[in-house]
Design a protein around this ligand. Structure first.
Ligand code: SF4
Length: 253
């Protein structure tokens, strides 16, 4: 625990030497690279995802700003976050999907099974159907699709599919539809445009560190971090707006 700021979090997130830190999170209008909202959090991913949700809801409440799409890296790519964006807010997820379902032991991965939305079943590489009872697993957000033991016992592909199980099971998040939408967007022209636009967000953080030199906080505690991050974002916005607004329009009438 930091003796000077017990709320700061020990982190090695940047890949180098570990240190005590807070994170600054921006909600950015990518068209103009204007920061719409700022949220200070502890330096852990879960807090940053919560901050993203908080900023979206706050800008809706305060500015009546409702984004049609959200751009983000795989840190925001959990199934739950995609479900929140698509099902609860109708926001297009231009977010890299965080997916660990690929297998590396040579057996079939989930992507080798074809999902049939109409019947809510998977079709396996052997052409058989995997069904679900509809009961959620302990996490409250995952359904298990299971192949028939009789089909798997007779299948020539069993050694490549479920060599150590009686039959193959394929878990599917209840938010997987939203993640499929994100995968589809990522393959599209809009998806590659969004990945290019994300550089504008990264530039803001690079500017924060290299030009404004905000690599050390002067104030202590979460409120100190929030105040410093908000002031820094304000300075970045003013600098950007000075470039965006033509000088002529600033002259008194
Ligand atoms: S082992 Fe079962 S689930 Fe796997 S391909 Fe064969 S029938 Fe399909």
């Amino acid at each position: 625990m930091s003796p000077s700021d017990p709320a700061a979090r020990w982190t090695g997130a940047h890949g180098g030497q570990t240190f005590f830190a807070y994170s600054t999170n921006y909600l950015v209008d990518v068209e103009n690279a204007i920061i719409v909202d700022v949220e200070a959090t502890t330096a852990i991913r879960q807090a940053e995802v919560l901050a993203a949700k908080c900023m979206i809801e706050r800008s809706l409440e305060r500015f009546d700003l409702y984004p049609s799409r959200l751009l983000g890296d795989s840190g925001y790519g959990s199934a739950e976050m995609h479900g929140w964006l698509v099902y609860e807010h109708g926001i297009e997820p231009h977010v890299t999907v965080f997916d660990k379902s690929a297998r590396t032991d040579g057996t079939f991965s989930r992507q080798d099974f074809i999902y049939d939305r109409a019947g809510d079943v998977y079709r396996c590489p052997g052409g058989k159907i995997l069904t679900t009872t509809g009961a959620l697993l302990n996490d409250g957000a995952t359904l298990l699709h299971v192949a028939s033991k009789r089909d798997c016992d007779r299948c020539a592909l069993k050694s490549r599919c479920c060599p150590k199980q009686a039959s193959r099971k394929v878990p599917r998040s209840i938010y997987e539809g939203a993640r499929d939408m994100a995968r589809q967007i990522a393959r599209s022209w809009e998806g590659s445009t969004s990945r290019r636009l994300r550089k504008k967000i990264e530039m803001l953080f690079a500017h924060l560190k290299r030009i404004l030199k905000l690599d050390r906080l002067r104030l202590r505690g979460p409120n100190g971090a929030r105040d410093e991050f908000t002031l820094a974002a304000t300075a970045q916005n003013l600098r950007k707006m000075a470039k965006l607004v033509p000088m002529q329009s600033l002259k008194p009438a």
